[in-house]
Design a protein around this ligand. Structure first.
Ligand code: CP3
Length: 351
């Protein structure tokens, strides 16, 4: 830890890190959720070469290459580690597969009956990811940050319970109501696994971490507090105790007005905004507590042109004198034209 902190202090902090820690950096630093992925022809080529998405995730040289592809193509401030939030349950006892056109499958689903979950395979199983991080950090210029990530316990649990992505993951709270002890133990297990996964990511070289709570929408407030907000706070606190310099970004997508509790928690450096969040509300309610990130509708980048520039301009104007990192309100979709991304980046840089 000491070594990491010293090294980090010596380096000139990247613009992204300064903004995420609350500095009003201008022009606004930029990265995009799902910036590495299927909309890029060079990604599709690498994935074909690897054989499958999972083969790509576990091949450190190839995964590092895919992490760096968007940095080479666009003028971005940060790279996000190429991996997936579902690698964790894969080493806790469920079998993970990605079937073409069908999305992820975790077998057997927890809703079909009890599954023996353990931490035992996590350490070795996730070692290739640490190697990917080392390779990326080595290759990245010092002014570019490397972002690590994990799924938040509830979001990961939804896939584990259903065994796949479902249309309305909030409905899986029925499982929690019917199996309260099993569910609480599951969240607790995921919380601990995520803490140790993040600690390893940081030790391997990531400069910030983002916790993806993709399914914070549709939940009763008490449920959201107990199973999304509190676990996220405990994860952030555990990281801060060991790595106080490393920023933690929370992305509780669809949390609505409860974003305020994330911002006021005092444990996150930044909160990422979903597509549905009103930027004016966010700037008035959240900005005095945390740095903000995101908000642009990823489908506007599919559209491109004036509607995309107008929305980007609105965000840049709203957050002009705040600590803000430009990003999307959710990930790029596969049909995003890379040329639109290039134009968007140019627009933000020269705004
Ligand atoms: O640039 C990046 O963001 C790369 C790293 C990354 C991936 N997944 C790669 C990936 C990150 C940060 C994720 C996070 C992730 N994974 C989330 C949280 C963010 C969100 O989107 O809400 C979730 C819910 C998952 C689970 C997951 N992984 C699903 C539902 C799917 C299938 C649907 C889809 O979008 O393809 C994946 C597969 C996946 N993860 C792909 C990539 C590039 C596509 C795989 C491929 O076909 O090549």
């Amino acid at each position: 830890m000491q070594h990491y902190r010293k090294e980090f202090k010596m380096r000139h902090h990247p613009a992204f890190i300064r903004a995420i820690k609350g500095e009003k950096v201008s022009p606004k630093p930029i990265w995009f959720m799902r910036q590495a992925g299927r909309y890029l022809p060079e990604y599709r080529e690498k994935r074909a070469e690897a054989g499958s998405f999972l083969d790509l995730c576990f091949n450190p040289e190839m995964a590092a290459e895919v992490t760096l592809q968007p940095i080479r193509r666009f003028d971005l401030d940060a790279a996000i580690l190429f991996a997936d939030i579902l690698l964790l349950p894969m080493f806790m006892g469920q079998e993970l597969s990605f079937e073409a056109g069908e999305g992820p499958r975790l077998r057997p689903p927890l809703q079909d009956g009890p599954v023996e979950l353990s931490h035992q395979k996590l350490h070795d199983g996730l070692s290739p990811i640490m190697e990917t991080i080392r390779l990326c950090r080595e290759a990245l210029p010092e002014d570019k940050a490397l972002i690590g990530f994990a799924g938040a316990p509830w979001t990961v649990a939804t896939y584990m319970i259903a065994g796949q992505g479902v249309k309305d993951p909030s409905s899986l709270r029925s499982y929690a109501y019917e199996n309260p002890e099993t569910f609480q133990a599951l969240i607790h297990e995921l919380e601990n696994a995520t803490i140790s996964y993040f600690k390893r990511q940081i030790s391997a070289g990531v400069n910030a971490v983002q916790l993806f709570e993709s399914w914070a929408s549709g939940l009763p407030v008490e449920f959201l507090r107990a199973f999304c907000l509190e676990p996220a706070k405990r994860i952030a606190k555990a990281l801060k105790a060991e790595f106080p310099e490393v920023p933690v970004i929370a992305f509780p997508k669809g949390a609505g007005v409860q974003l305020r509790e994330y911002a006021e928690a005092g444990t996150f450096d930044a909160v990422s905004l979903g597509t549905e969040t009103d930027p004016i509300w966010a700037v008035e309610t959240l900005s005095s507590h945390v740095a903000l990130q995101g908000g642009l509708d990823p489908l506007l980048v599919v559209r491109g042109g004036t509607p995309m520039f107008k929305a980007a301009e609105q965000l840049l104007t709203t957050f002009a004198d705040k600590a803000y990192v430009f990003n999307l309100g959710h990930g790029f979709v596969p049909q995003t034209p890379p040329e639109n991304v290039a134009e968007l980046v140019k627009f933000i840089r020269t705004f």
